[in-house]
Design a protein around this ligand. Structure first.
Ligand code: HAM
Length: 428
C-alpha cells in the first residue's frame, strides 16, 4: 500500500516547532490590541467571485494560484489572502455602523498554488490587519510604526520598510497609458503573458519576474512622477510622519504589488535576507480606498497589511522551549488513584502527565525525564493507604514526603521557588 503524504507545499507544524509560531502569534495579538485593533475571524472558504472581484481577474493569484472547486451549484475558493473576506464581513455585518473607524486584525491559514521554496508554501499563515474609515496619512503612519514595533518585538532587528504609491484612480489611468506607450515597442522580447496583459492589465507587467519583462521594464516611467496633487500631498505627509516617528524607510519608485485593489500608499517590509533569500518579503500592504465601494458598500477608505507567519518564524529563528510538564505522576498498581491525583493537581493549574500504561516505575521515571518534568510522584498501594507520597524534585534530585491532601500546595510552592530554608529534603 502506498504511504499517504501531505499535499505538496502544505506542511505539518510539529510540537517542537509550534512554540515559535505561538510566540509570534501572541506578540502580534498583544501589539495590535495595544494599537486599538480587535481580532476577527472569517471563513476559510468564500465564493470565488469575491476574490475575482477584489483581487482582480488579471493577477497571478486569480489566474493561476487559487484552489477553487464547485460544490453543488456554488463556485468556492480556499482564501488566498485575508482582505477580501474581511471586507465582505465588514459589509455583511454593517461593522461601519458601530463606529466611524473600524480596526481589526486576524490570523489564519491561506492557500495559494505557488511554486514552493523556503518561505513559500501552498498553505501558509498570515497575520493581518485592516483599518476602515480613516483616509488620513496619519492612519498609514500609525499602521507602519505599529508594524515596525511588532517586528522589533519578535526579534527582527533591522526591518527594511519600502514605501511607494500607486496613486488614485485618475493617476493610475494616466500612468497606464504612458506605461503602454513605453512597453509597446519592446513587446517582441516580452513573455506571452505580458503580451496579453499589456491589453488587460499593463501595471501587472511591472511585477513580472520573467527576464525579458524585467529587461523591458528597465527605465520605465515611475508612477511617483505622475501623482496628482492629492496623491502627492498624502504621500508627502506620510513621509513627514514617518520621519517624525523615526521610522526608517526607503522609497521604491518601481514598487507595485501583486493585487489590484490598491490605491495610493503601498509598502513592503523585508528582513533577514540571509535566511530567506528571494522570499525575504516579510509583509506587504497598502491603501485600498476603492474596494469597499467596489464590493457594494458605501465609499470607505481603508488600509491594511498581511505578514507571512512562516517567514517571520524563519527570520527570527528563535528556539522557543515547549511548555514544561510540572508534575509527572507514575503509578504502581494504583492507576485509578493516580488519575484522580493528576486531575486534582491540574485543577490547581499545575500541568501534569500521568502514566497509566502499567509500565515499570523505572520506565515511567525515564519518561518523566524525557518530558522534562520538574517533579515526579510515584503512587502505589502503600502511598494510597498511608495517604503520603514522595514529591521528587527531578532537577535537584531530592525528595520530600508530602501528605496527598497537601500535594497540590506543596507542588505549587515547589514550582514557585527554590525549597524554603529549613524545609526537610530527603535524598532519593
Ligand atoms: P501579499 O503581499 O499577497 O498581500 O501577502 C502578504 C504576505 O503573505 C507576504 O509578504 C508573505 O510574507 C506572505 N505570503 C504570501 N504568499 C505566501 C506563500 N505562498 N507562502 C508563504 N508566505 C506567503 C496580501 O495578501 C494582502 N491581503 C495584504 C493586505 C492586507 N493589503 C491590504 N490589507
Amino acid at each position: 500500500m502506498t504511504t499517504l503524504r501531505s499535499v505538496k507545499g502544505m506542511k505539518d507544524y510539529l510540537p517542537k516547532e509550534v512554540p515559535a509560531y505561538r510566540r509570534i502569534e501572541e506578540a502580534f495579538a498583544r501589539v495590535m490590541q495595544r494599537s486599538g485593533f480587535r481580532e476577527m475571524r472569517t471563513p476559510i472558504v468564500e465564493p470565488t467571485a469575491l476574490f475575482v472581484r477584489a483581487i482582480g481577474e488579471v493577477t497571478d493569484v486569480v489566474e493561476k494560484e487559487m484552489y477553487s472547486f464547485q460544490h453543488h451549484d456554488e463556485a468556492l475558493t480556499l482564501r488566498p489572502e485575508g482582505t477580501a473576506g474581511v471586507v465582505r464581513a465588514y459589509l455583511q455585518n454593517n461593522l461601519g455602523n458601530d463606529e466611524p473607524v473600524t480596526k481589526v486584525f486576524y490570523q489564519g491559514a491561506m492557500f495559494r498554488a505557488e511554486r514552493t521554496q523556503r518561505g513559500r508554501y501552498r498553505q501558509f499563515h498570515q497575520l493581518g490587519a485592516e483599518v476602515f474609515g480613516d483616509p488620513s496619512p496619519a492612519a498609514d503612519a500609525d499602521l507602519l510604526v505599529t508594524l515596525v514595533v511588532f517586528l522589533r518585538e519578535i526579534g527582527v532587528s533591522s526591518p527594511e520598510v519600502i514605501l511607494g504609491s500607486i496613486g488614485g484612480k485618475a493617476t493610475r489611468a494616466a500612468f497606464r497609458e504612458s506605461l503602454v506607450d513605453f512597453l509597446t515597442p519592446k513587446l517582441a522580447t516580452m513573455s506571452e503573458e505580458s503580451k496579453r496583459r499589456i491589453l488587460t492589465n499593463p501595471l501587472r507587467i511591472l511585477d513580472s519576474k520573467h527576464p525579458g519583462d524585467r529587461a523591458a521594464c528597465e527605465g520605465a516611467p515611475s508612477i511617483l512622477d505622475v501623482l496628482d496633487a492629492d496623491d502627492q500631498s498624502h504621500f508627502d505627509a506620510l513621509r513627514r510622519y514617518l520621519d517624525a516617528l523615526a521610522v526608517p524607510y526607503r522609497v521604491d519608485r518601481g514598487l507595485v504589488r501583486g493585487l489590484d485593489y490598491y490605491s495610493r500608499t503601498l509598502f513592503e517590509i523585508k528582513g533577514a535576507t540571509e535566511k530567506l533569500g528571494a522570499g525575504d518579503t516579510l509583509l506587504g500592504g497598502g491603501r485600498y480606498d476603492g474596494l469597499v465601494e467596489e464590493l457594494g458598500g458605501r465609499a470607505t477608505p481603508a488600509i491594511g497589511f498581511a505578514a507571512g507567519l512562516e517567514r517571520l518564524v524563519i527570520a527570527t529563528e528563535e528556539n522557543v522551549a515547549p511548555p514544561r510538564i510540572d508534575v509527572f505522576v507514575a503509578s504502581e498498581g494504583a492507576v485509578g488513584r493516580a488519575l484522580a491525583l493528576a486531575n486534582e493537581l491540574r485543577s490547581h493549574g499545575i500541568s501534569v502527565e500521568c502514566d497509566g500504561r502499567g509500565a515499570s516505575v523505572k520506565a515511567q521515571l525515564r519518561r518523566a525525564n524525557a518530558v522534562d518534568a520538574r517533579f515526579a510522584i510515584v503512587l502505589g498501594d502503600r502511598e494510597v493507604s498511608d495517604g503520603v507520597a514522595d514529591l521528587k524534585d527531578l532537577a535537584a534530585r531530592t525528595s520530600t514526603s508530602v501528605a496527598l491532601s497537601g500535594m497540590a500546595a506543596a507542588a505549587k510552592a515547589g514550582l514557585e521557588g527554590p525549597p524554603a530554608a529549613g524545609e526537610q529534603a530527603v535524598s532519593s
